[in-house]
Design a protein around this ligand. Structure first.
Ligand code: NAP
Length: 505
C-alpha cells in the first residue's frame, strides 16, 4: 500500500537476547532507520551460545569463514573450525564496532511480554516496564541444557556438570571421568578430556556417523592474503556456502547423489579408522547418514581408541554416590561426570511469559504443536517475531546466513507499519496451516525421518527443520506475502500515528 501522507513512523522495538541474532538485529534495524531499540540481555555479556559454551574443544563445526556476518567478514580466523573463544571475541568486536554493546541492558531478563491493542508491555527482572510497538524474540535455540532423568542422578558425590555449564575449577588430571552422550558436543569434549584423565568412560546410547574433516590451522601467510584481498575472502565464503548448500543440505533433503556421497565417506571412514571389529560394531550406527546431525571431526574416532578411553554401550540403570551402574551389572566408579546430553530445542523464548491477543499464552498456543509461519510469525501474537524458530534451515547451513534472511523479512514487515499501512500485523491461521502442510510434504523425503531419535524432532516425531534447499527458503523469504496476514488499524487515541520522520517525496 502506498504511503499516503509521505511520512514514516519510528517504531519502538524490544529485542530479547543479545546473542548472534540480537546483535545482528540491532545493527540491521538501525541501518534501516529503526532506532528506538531496547536490547535486553539476561546475562552480563553478549554472545549467546558462544558465551555459554566454554567446554574444552568447543569450536564451530562449519567453516568459520562462512560463520560470520556477511557484512563483517573475518580474515583472521586461526582455524577452519574456529574455537569458541575466538568466535565469542568476534561477536564482541562486532558489537563494539557497531555500537551495539553500549546499547544493551545487561543482566536484565524479560519476565513477561503482554500484547494489547497494538502495543507490547514488556516487564523485566529489574522491575522495568517497557511499552513497545514490536517485540523480537532472539533468544536462541540450543540454550536450555537438557539434563537426563536418570535414577539417582542427584546422589552422585563427585563433580557433575552439563557441557554448557562447564566447571573450570575441576582438574581432570589423573581422574576417572565419565561422559554421557556422544553428539557433536561430546565429540569435541572427549578428545580433549581424554588427554588429561586417567580413565574416561563414554556412555553411548546411540552411535553417530562421523565426517572426518580436520581442523586445519590457517597460516599467517594465508591470513595475510585474505586480509589483503576482500575479494578472495568473499570468494572463500561463497565457496563454503556453495559446498554446504549443494552437498550437505541436499544430502539430507532427499537428493540421492549427495546422500550417497556422504554415506560412502562416513561408512568407509568407520571401516578404515576403527581397527578393532568389536569396537567398530559398537560405534557404527544402524540409521541413515544425516538422520542425526553428522559429527564433523577427525579426532573423536582416534580418541575412542585410546587405551584410557572405554566405550560403554550397556544402558545406564542408575547413577549412585560413586558412579554409574549399567544394565550388565557393572559399576563404573567416577570422580567426574560430564552430562553431554544436549538441549531442549523447542523451549525457544520460554519460560518467559508471552501473552498475545486476548490473553493467549504461548504455552496454550503451542500446547498441541509448536507452530509458526515461516519460522518467524506466530498466530495470536501480532507484531511479535521469532528468530531461528521451528523450520528454519538449521542443521545443515550457517545460522548466521539464515538469521540475516529472517532479519530482512522482519524489517520488511516493520517497514509497512512505518508507512502507516497498519498498526498491527498478525499471521492468519490458514497460512500457518498451509505452511505446516508444506513442511510435512517435504519431510517425507528427508533423512531426518529415517528412523533415529534426535533433537531435530518435536514431541510428535516431526522434524523442526526446513526440508527443502536453502536457496528455496531464501527465495520464499524474500518478500512477505501480505495475503497471509491480517492487519489492523487502531483509533488514533490508542496508537498515535504522529509522523516522526519526514520522508522526501
Ligand atoms: P545432542 O546432539 O542432542 O546429543 C545428546 C547426546 O546425549 C546423545 O548422544 C544422546 O543419546 C545422549 N543422551 C541424552 N539423554 C540421555 C540419557 N538419558 N541417557 C543416555 N544418553 C543420553 O546434543 P549436543 O551434542 O550438545 O549437540 C546439540 C547440537 O548443538 C548439535 O547437533 C549442533 O547443532 C550443536 N553443536 C554445535 C557445535 C558447533 O557448531 N560447534 C558444537 C556442538 C554442538 P541419543 O543419541 O541416544 O539420543
Amino acid at each position: 500500500m502506498p504511503n499516503h501522507n509521505n511520512t514514516q513512523r519510528n517504531p519502538s522495538v524490544v529485542i530479547i537476547g543479545a546473542g548472534m541474532t540480537g546483535v545482528l538485529l540491532t545493527i540491521k534495524l538501525r541501518e534501516a532507520g529503526i532506532t528506538d531499540l531496547t536490547i535486553l540481555e539476561k546475562t552480563d555479556r553478549l554472545g549467546g551460545t558462544w558465551r555459554e559454551n566454554t567446554y574444552p574443544g568447543v569450536a564451530c563445526d562449519i567453516p568459520a569463514h562462512m560463520y560470520t556476518y556477511s557484512f563483517e567478514p573475518n580474515p583472521d580466523w586461526s582455524h577452519r573450525f574456529a574455537h569458541g573463544d575466538e568466535i565469542q571475541q568476534y561477536f564482541e568486536r562486532v558489537g563494539r564496532k557497531y555500537g551495539v554493546t553500549d546499547s544493551i541492558s545487561f543482566n536484565e531478563a524479560v519476565t513477561s511480554s503482554v500484547y494489547k491493542d497494538g502495543k507490547w508491555t514488556v516487564k523485566t527482572s529489574k522491575g522495568r516496564t517497557i511499552v513497545a510497538d514490536f517485540v523480537i524474540n532472539s533468544t536462541g535455540i540450543l540454550h536450555h541444557p537438557a539434563k537426563p532423568e536418570i535414577k539417582g542422578i542427584d546422589s552422585f558425590k563427585g563433580k557433575m556438570f552439563h557441557t554448557a555449564e562447564w566447571d573450570h575449577n575441576v582438574d581432570m588430571h589423573g581422574k576417572k571421568v565419565g561422559i554421557i552422550g556422544t553428539g557433536s558436543t561430546a565429540a569435541q569434549v572427549i578428545p580433549e578430556v581424554a588427554k588429561e584423565a586417567a580413565k574416561m568412560s563414554v556412555f553411548q546410547r546411540t552411535p553417530q556417523w562421523v565426517l572426518p574433516i580436520g581442523n586445519k590451522a590457517i597460516t599467517e601467510k594465508e591470513k595475510a592474503k585474505l586480509r589483503k584481498s576482500p575479494v578472495k575472502l568473499q570468494l572463500l565464503r561463497e565457496f563454503y556456502n556453495w559446498a554446504i548448500s549443494q552437498l550437505l543440505t541436499k544430502a539430507v533433503t532427499g537428493h540421492k547423489v549427495q546422500n550417497w556421497l556422504f554415506s560412502t565417506i562416513c561408512k568407509r571412514y568407520m571401516k578404515k579408522a576403527v581397527k578393532d571389529p568389536v569396537l567398530r560394531e559398537k560405534l557404527t550406527p544402524n540409521y541413515k547418514v544425516g538422520c542425526k546431525r553428522i559429527v564433523v571431526s577427525n579426532t573423536i574416532i582416534p580418541a575412542m581408541q585410546r587405551d584410557n578411553v572405554n566405550l560403554v554401550t550397556d544402558g545406564i540403570v542408575e547413577i549412585n554416590e560413586t558412579g554409574i551402574k549399567t544394565a550388565d551389572g557393572q559399576q563404573h566408579d567416577l570422580d567426574v561426570l560430564i552430562l553431554s546430553t544436549g538441549f531442549n530445542p523447542v523451549a525457544y523464548m520460554r519460560p518467559m511469559e508471552l501473552l498475545g491477543k486476548d490473553g493467549l499464552h504461548i504455552n496454550e498456543a503451542w500446547e498441541n504443536k509448536i507452530q509458526t509461519y515461516r519460522s518467524v510469525c506466530m498466530p495470536g501474537f501480532p507484531n511479535n517475531f521469532l528468530m531461528l524458530g521451528p523450520n528454519s534451515p538449521i542443521g545443515n547451513y550457517s545460522v548466521i546466513e539464515m538469521s540475516e534472511v529472517q532479519t530482512r523479512y522482519i524489517i520488511k514487515l516493520i517497514n509497512r507499519w512505518r508507512s502507516n499501512e497498519f498498526d498491527a500485523v498478525e499471521v492468519k491461521h490458514s497460512a500457518v496451516k498451509r505452511f505446516a502442510d508444506y513442511m510435512r510434504a517435504g519431510m517425507s523425503k528427508t533423512v531426518w525421518v529415517g528412523g533415529c531419535q534426535s533433537w531435530y524432532l518435536d514431541g510428535d516425531g516431526d522434524p523442526i527443520l526446513w526440508p527443502y534447499t536453502f536457496q528455496q527458503w531464501e527465495k520464499e523469504m524474500a518478500e512477505p506475502d501480505m495475503q497471509d496476514f491480517d492487519t489492523v488499524n487502531f483509533p488514533q487515541e490508542l496508537v498515535p500515528r504522529k509522523p516522526l520522520k519526514k520522508v522526501s517525496a
